[in-house]
Design a protein around this ligand. Structure first.
Ligand code: GLU
Ligand code: MG
Length: 451
């Protein structure tokens, strides 16, 4: 889109405020709005924000970091293709931004730029990526300090789908009005829990879409008097909220799925196995970016389909990587890998960029996953010595373990670069220090309605 198209769209829709938005290192979506009278200028020159925002944790406690403090600004410069008039908020629009330095270069601490860098690296290797997120969320209301789920409906319950109909149908309308195509909808196993997925897109657009999706769901629910919670585990006695991440590799023309080989028993190519090997190797550190909040580790546990073990298998929903069965008739196009230890407290640019960095490392080194990691059963049903014999390790079971694993993973930290590594680790550590001193109620109250 050109800037003149945006000005026209804004005029036609009677827009007054345009939110320039980004997702920070804590997975929080933040932004500042310009009045439409300044839009033309702001589209070109952006809106200034203190660099300190990338050292801000999800409790708004500013961390001390070189290059992110009271001195200095980055500019939020919009990607014009992400401009959307908000169907749920009359008179408002939103555009997603890149973080740009004062000398007009991408800022090293910009998560969106990190994903772009990983995609450029893949492109140089002849690979492009398609991705789709599969977000789960609860509808609930607040009563004092408690949150009450919308209903007590069951998994895949048509009754639950009826009870949530007004909200869900408005969500679908609003997504469609913004060009996001609905793929599937069903109620999940938790009371009041919904799962509504949208169609895959190229990886950068998929991450952008996830931000637009989160904004849309929360706002539409709010308009109906409900809170939509994307927290990884908003109710300790109910199912967690995953954000399973589907990814497939294509040639640069977007014609051939490079993960597909019809002659393989799992219909996977050698390149797919290399990618899987990279994921298996880097999973401990990856979880710090794909399941990055304190609340994430209440979700990741054996026996809850959130996965807890480093392994993969066909349609195995307790494995960290599921190889989904193909759609009949479109086997090549529908071949993908589903990364499961992911939730919506993550920054989708960091999460997807890190998954790609790990997979590319497996490809570059021609790695193959160890034979024992392919598993056709629930790993939680295996005894510790059986797991050890197969070489299957547990995913990090606390945020601190994940932080240490990321710190020790040179592939991931090199990919992120020093500034982004340091800022991610610093805000994560601050979260750990705070939340580990408090109980589950405190943790849930401060995660319930943030993502
Ligand atoms: N709610 C589960 C999770 O936390 C996933 C259930 C499923 O869709 O398989 O990931
Ligand atoms: Mg689900």
């Amino acid at each position: 889109m050109e800037s003149q198209d945006i000005l026209q769209l804004a005029r036609d829709a009677g827009v007054r405020l345009v939110m320039f938005a980004y997702c920070d290192n804590s997975g929080i979506i933040r932004g500042k709005a310009t009045h439409v009278s300044g839009l033309e200028r702001r589209l070109a020159s952006g809106i200034g924000v203190t660099t300190a925002m990338q050292a801000m944790g999800d409790m708004d406690r500013l961390q001390v970091m070189d290059g992110m403090g009271p001195v200095g600004e980055f500019r939020m410069v919009p990607d014009l293709d992400t401009f959307t008039v908000l169907p749920y908020a009359p008179g408002r629009a939103l555009v997603l931004v890149d973080m740009i330095t004062m000398d007009r270069q991408p800022w090293d601490a910009c998560p969106r730029h990190f994903l772009k860098r990983m995609l450029a690296k893949a492109h140089a290797m002849g690979i492009t990526f398609q991705a789709a997120f599969e977000p789960e969320w609860y509808l609930a209301r607040r009563e004092g300090d408690s949150f009450i789920p919308m209903d007590e409906s069951l998994d895949n319950s048509t009754l639950g789908a009826s009870m949530a109909r007004e909200v869900v149908d408005d969500v679908v309308d609003a997504l469609e009005a913004q060009g996001l195509q609905l793929e599937q909808y069903h109620t999940e196993v938790g009371h009041g829990q919904q799962e509504l997925s949208i169609t895959h897109a190229d990886a950068l657009r998929a991450a952008d879409n996830h931000i637009i999706y989160r904004e849309t769901v929360r706002n539409v629910a709010w308009n109906h008097g409900w809170l939509a919670s994307f927290a990884p585990k908003p109710f300790p006695d109910q199912a967690g909220n995953g954000n399973h991440t589907h990814i497939s590799a294509w040639d640069t023309a977007g014609q051939r799925n490079l993960f597909y080989n019809p002659d393989d028993p799992m219909q996977l190519s050698e390149l797919a196995y290399h990618f899987i090997a990279g994921i298996m190797e880097h999973l401990p550190g990856l979880t710090a970016l794909t399941s990055p909040s304190m609340n994430s580790y209440r979700r990741i546990s054996p026996g809850s389909w959130s996965t807890a073990y480093i392994c993969y298998g066909p349609d195995n929903r307790e494995a960290a990587l599921r190889i989904p069965s193909r759609f009949w008739g479109t086997e090549m196009a529908s071949t993908n890998l589903e990364y499961r230890p992911a939730d919506s407290s993550s920054n989708p640019y960091l999460a997807l960029g890190a998954i790609i960095a790990a997979g590319l490392d497996g490809i570059q080194r021609g790695q193959m996953p160890a034979a024992g990691l392919r598993i056709d059963t629930d790993p939680a049903r295996l005894a510790p010595d059986e797991l050890a014999a197969l070489g299957i390790r547990r995913l990090p079971s606390t945020l601190l373990e994940a932080i240490h694993a990321l710190e020790a993973d040179a592939t991931l930290t090199d990919a992120l670069g020093p500034l982004l590594t340091n800022s991610c680790l610093t805000v994560r550590k601050a979260d750990w220090e705070l939340f580990s001193q408090h109980d589950a109620d405190f943790e849930i109250r401060h995660h319930f309605y943030k993502f």
